[in-house]
Write a protein that binds this ligand. Structure first.
Ligand code: 6PG
Length: 232
């Protein structure tokens, strides 16, 4: 069992979701430039849900050297590929379809195969090296990606890099998620949280509650707006 101590994240508070999206898109574009200059490629894991949408939309006009971007997903919902609720569809519609990232470098989770088969297939395509940046959301219950309280989180590197998730408390119940250890195998981790609905989960994180987001987010950076800030 990975017993790495929970290290407090750093909190970046922005006036509102629009300002957060603007600053975060700029920070991601800068990180991409630096990674491409240093290593010739930028390996980015995307967060699902609604919160990242304005960030992805802002990135569409900010990024460059798209030929060197490699895109992965932190989790996916077991729905048909064209289903609008798919995290891959969300990212494609607001950003990826508008920029020339080579299709072979956009790695969607084949969640339409079913959770078990998709988890095994995705584990086989993940890069051997660390990601450059992992983006993550947080749910009201403190979940992140599709790692939910009371379910396996995959903290131990001896466990699979990608988990099949069943009976998820957030619809749809069947999902696929990168495990906690594989999400953490990244140079940087950024969490995104906007709106008062996330305040309790962030307060619980700050109190030191053992939540999936807190375990994955050890030493991470949390980008949030004032509405989500639980106060000191
Ligand atoms: C998913 C997500 C999930 C999401 C949080 C926050 O597929 O549902 O990956 O982990 O990030 O539930 O969702 P919102 O951003 O929509 O509040």
């Amino acid at each position: 069992m990975n017993t790495e101590a929970i290290r407090a994240p750093s909190w970046h508070i922005h006036p509102d979701a629009e300002a957060l999206a603007r600053h975060l898109a700029r920070a991601i574009a800068r990180m991409a430039d630096a990674a491409i200059a240093a290593r010739g490629a930028f390996h980015l894991v995307l967060a699902g849900g609604n919160t990242p949408q304005p960030v992805y939309a802002a990135l569409a006009s900010r990024g460059r050297r798209w030929d060197a971007w490699h895109i992965y997903h932190g989790d996916e919902r077991c729905l048909p590929p064209q289903a609008p609720q798919r995290n891959s569809q969300m990212a494609a519609s607001v950003w990826l379809q508008q920029v020339p990232i080579p299709r072979a470098q956009i790695h969607d989770i084949p969640a339409e195969m079913g959770a078990e088969a998709a988890a095994a297939a995705y584990a086989a395509i993940l890069p051997p090296q660390r990601f450059d940046l992992v983006l993550l959301g947080i749910g009201e219950d403190g979940h992140t990606a599709s790692l939910f309280p009371g379910q396996p989180w995959g903290l131990d590197p001896a466990t699979p890099a990608v988990l099949a998730v069943h009976n998820a408390p957030k619809a749809p119940a069947e999902r696929v998620s990168l495990s906690a250890w594989r999400l953490r195998r990244s140079r940087e981790l950024f969490f995104l949280a906007t709106g008062s609905g996330k305040r309790d989960a962030l307060a619980a994180w700050r109190r030191g509650e053992d939540l999936p987001a807190a375990r994955v987010g050890t030493g991470a950076t949390v980008w949030l707006d004032e509405a989500a800030w639980p106060g000191s």
